[in-house]
Design a protein around this ligand. Structure first.
Ligand SMILES: Cc1cc2nc3c(=O)[nH]c(=O)nc-3n(C[C@H](O)[C@H](O)[C@H](O)COP(=O)(O)OP(=O)(O)OC[C@H]3O[C@@H](n4cnc5c(N)ncnc54)[C@H](O)[C@@H]3O)c2cc1C
Length: 390
């Protein structure tokens, strides 16, 4: 299997690097250089720059605004963005509900929603999890009851709604049928966040960002035409969407960048001469190279037309663990300075400023997108062929 890139692909990589170098505004580039946390407006600003270039949705079909790139180019593009520390675009519209509407939506839904997802005019969030439904998502209790006048009336609570406070729309899994297996009575519903009765209440994370909301629905009236796919058929869509989310999480570029910073900080602290520190860094670098190769193999499979299967669970587990280990190593090389959280600029070196916050946030990578324990269950069942749990 040839895992090297062609001269054409390398030329494309150079074009992407040049674009990032010349088009990223200085205030974003300054934050990118130190892997700072980008605020919602900054993320949307970068989305609009990519949109104007026509590069905002490489994975969408060309007819609806995609780039027409093959899997290798898409990979190179996202790797270069990650390596440059560019703002990560919100996945909820572009990577989640957008592709789902493309696949399962009506023509009217495509026309209404896709252009504004691309342009960033409308931001989205995801309403899956509930206080009593996380890994066991099918236990969700938020109800949508037919009012007989062409609407559903929604009542319930979603939780961990990432950036719900900034979103214009939320895509939700709601229970439309109480009978039968719990997976069968679920529908996929698009809800305008401005509808009376919707309330998003932000909560602060340990990374000190208001990244999540509890989202409440109190007699929220939603037109029935906002159901994507068949009523009671939402579970199929939920699964399709989660598989896609998982393949996004290997984050090889982000870990590569994190390791470069670990080395820079280790150098600033005079640790690189110590073989013990060099050994720890080298071990992680080897793990990361193995992940990169695994990612390339998946890429070659995609180029040959194979849909990602349960191997995306392997990428998710290793990618999330390696990123966490890189951030742990960064905290270790910082030594006591890693306790200086949320200090104003100038207290820590620019390379260190955002490490504690990033360390905290990356604790979540083994949880979201289906926790790593659940991914191990997937591997046990679908790759190893082991019997399901009793
Ligand atoms: C950063 C972040 C962002 C998120 N954003 C969103 C969002 O925007 N929208 C949204 O809807 N949700 C979001 N979530 C929620 C996320 O999907 C859930 O946290 C996740 O599905 C796990 O559910 P839970 O938190 O209820 O944990 P639980 O399901 O209660 O799990 C608790 C622990 O038990 C383990 N466990 C559970 N079942 C099994 C099993 N069968 N076998 C082995 N181990 C098991 C889990 O792995 C975990 O360690 C986000 C979560 C995080 C951390």
């Amino acid at each position: 299997m040839d895992l090297s890139f062609t001269p054409d692909q390398e030329a494309f990589r150079e074009e992407v690097r040049e674009f990032i170098r010349t088009q990223m505004p200085p205030h974003l580039a300054a934050k990118a250089a130190v892997d700072g946390h980008f605020e919602h407006e900054e993320v949307m600003e970068w989305q609009k720059i990519l949109y104007r270039k026509g590069w905002v949705a490489p994975h969408w079909p060309k007819e609806v605004g995609g780039t027409g790139w093959d899997a290798a180019r898409r990979f190179i593009f996202s790797e270069e963005l990650e390596k440059a520390g560019a703002p990560t675009l919100s996945p909820f519209g572009l990577a989640m509900v957008g592709p789902l509407i493309i696949q399962f939506g009506s023509d009217a839904q495509k026309q209404r929603f896709l252009p504004k997802i691309l342009s960033g005019e409308e931001a989205w969030c995801q309403g899956y999890s509930e206080p009593e439904a996380g890994s066991d998502l099918a236990s969700l209790r938020t109800t949508a009851v037919d009012d007989g006048k062409g609407n559903f009336v929604v009542n319930g609570q979603k939780t961990w709604t990432t950036y719900g406070q900034y979103a214009d729309w939320i895509f939700c899994l709601v229970r439309t049928n109480q009978t039968g297996k719990k997976q069968t009575g679920i529908s996929f519903l698009l809800i305008d966040m401005k509808t009376p009765g919707v309330k998003a209440v932000p909560m602060l994370t340990t990374g000190h960002t208001p990244a999540f909301c509890d989202t409440y629905f109190d007699n929220v009236v939603v037109p029935k035409e906002n159901v994507v796919g068949p009523v009671d058929g939402g579970w199929t869509m939920a699964k399709a969407l989660l598989g896609h989310e998982r393949t996004l999480i290997a984050a090889v570029g982000t870990s590569t960048r994190a390791l470069i910073r670990v080395k820079r900080i280790a150098q600033e602290h005079g640790l690189l001469a110590d073989p013990a520190w060099r050994g720890r860094i080298a071990r992680l670098e080897i793990e990361l190279e193995a992940l990169r190769m695994q990612n390339y193999r998946a890429l070659v499979g995609a180029q040959l037309g194979h849909a990602p299967g349960p191997e995306s669970s392997v990428l998710k587990i290793r990618g999330s663990e390696i990123l966490q280990q890189a951030m742990e190593l960064a905290m270790d090389v910082m030594g006591p300075s890693c306790m200086a959280w949320f200090t104003p600029p100038g207290v820590l070196s620019p390379s260190e400023q955002w490490i504690p916050s990033a360390f905290n946030y990356t604790r979540a990578t083994t949880i979201y997108g289906g926790s790593n324990e659940i991914q191990r269950n997937v591997i046990a069942k679908w790759i190893l062929g082991l019997p399901a749990q009793a």
